[in-house]
Write a protein that binds this ligand. Structure first.
Ligand code: NAD
Length: 370
């Protein structure tokens, strides 16, 4: 009966709401005044595939814009500076980018290079007095992550990690539900994160540049997800590795790892990270009073999911657009997202990854202090 009532209520809202929103004189549609405040001036470092996605998404940002480029490839600088209207004086390479120090047209640098380069590049950005936005994983271990946090603190700049899911509407709605106790006492999280990786010569399969394999790249979503879904920090991990192709996945480059995490409340998580299976992008969580299932759970969207109360209906907005406007709100207004995206948050994930690698080596239970 109650689900039928919910259905009818939803139907009524959408039947009334759609024509209203479409109407040009609708007060709801026109009430938002154009943004007049400061724009976050961002230089993109590493003009690869993800930077391309970020750049396109930033075209729809209200509070952030691309004002600088850093790349080792002159032809990319030419192409991107024309496409995104970035003057040559705000374009740099990996040797001379410390000169951003004297460029008032750059407030922050978004580091979107291979993982093994993040630490040194982020510290150089901090020393140049600019805020650092750094892709996940923030580095290749917790020690690197902590060095980045310390350097940014010393330079009095912000360090923010590219956790775009912390701004994604359905994810945020689920976190709010959990905070409001709608799942009751959360008991179990299951995370499955993986895809089939192609080209064996790419940096993602190079230990030095990637810091590992699937875990650094995609398994980190299940780690971060377990933490924001359950709302606790793990106190132990166990982990097992499976390697079916040691030629492609060399020493130190993980192909598939299953891992388990235990939390202070007694909740447990069971997760899979892989570079050798497809269609793995799923979160499930259950508590004493309800459940949530999301699939896809962390891809570029739309995210899909349902809880014991029905489907998640929040609208899809390009994640990186929300993220970069959110980063501007954080830097300009101190407005924090529902789950932090700061360097300390990044270090927590790195500590867990360190412990997972240790558990794979030892075969035992590894305690974590976060
Ligand atoms: P990519 O290979 O497409 O791009 C990497 C860029 O770094 C290239 O432009 C390359 O020229 C440059 N680069 C500089 N020095 C290099 C070196 N020594 N070796 C290789 N490349 C070098 O990779 P990508 O997919 O854009 O990933 C970049 C970062 O973004 C990674 O840290 C990755 O984890 C992260 N990422 C995050 C998301 C997300 O959803 N948040 C998605 C994809 C990638």
């Amino acid at each position: 009966m109650s689900s039928r009532r919910n259905f009818i209520e939803k139907l009524t809202i959408s039947a009334v709401g759609l024509p209203l929103l479409a109407h040009p004189t609708n007060i709801f549609a026109t009430s938002e005044a154009p943004y007049q405040g400061p724009m976050l001036k961002v230089a993109l470092m590493g003009l690869g595939s993800y930077a391309g996605r970020v750049a396109e998404a930033m075209q729809d940002c209200k509070r952030a814009k691309i004002t600088g480029l850093i790349s080792g490839t002159p032809s990319k600088i030419t192409e991107w500076s024309e496409k995104y209207n970035v003057p040559k004086k705000s374009c740099y390479n990996y040797e001379d980018f410390d000169k951003i120090k004297n460029n008032p047209d750059i407030d922050a640098v978004y580091v979107i290079t291979p993982n093994g380069l993040h630490k040194d590049q982020s510290i150089r950005v901090a020393k140049a007095g600019k805020h650092v936005i750094c892709e996940k994983p923030m580095g290749i271990n917790a020690e690197e992550g902590q060095a980045m946090v310390d350097a940014c603190k010393a330079a009095n700049v912000k360090l923010l990690i590219g956790y775009r899911m912390h701004f994604e509407p359905k994810t945020v709605a689920v976190i709010k539900m959990r905070k409001d106790g709608e799942f009751g006492k959360t008991k179990f999280f299951q995370g499955q994160s993986g895809f089939n990786i192609g080209d064996p010569t790419q940096w993602r399969l190079d230990k030095e540049l990637a810091g590992g394999g699937a875990m650094m790249d995609i398994g980190i979503y299940s780690i971060n997800g377990a933490r924001y879904m359950l709302g606790e920090e793990p106190v132990w991990v166990t982990a097992q590795e499976t390697k079916t192709d040691p030629e492609k996945f060399k020493e130190g480059v993980d192909e598939t790892i299953q891992f388990q995490m235990g939390f202070p409340s007694g909740a447990v998580a069971n997760c899979l990270s892989t570079y050798n299976m497809s269609n793995l992008d799923r979160f499930f969580m259950t508590g004493t009073d309800g459940f949530v299932e999301m699939q896809p759970s962390t891809g570029y969207g739309p995210i899909e999911g349902r809880t014991h109360k029905g489907p998640l209906t929040q609208p899809h907005v390009t994640h990186q657009t929300l993220q970069m406007d959110g980063v501007a709100a954080l830097i300009f207004d101190g407005k924090q997202p529902i789950v932090p995206v700061d360097g300390e948050e990044g270090v927590k994930d790195m500590k867990i990854i360190d412990a997972i690698f240790e558990a794979v080596k030892t075969g035992g239970k590894v305690e974590i202090k976060i």
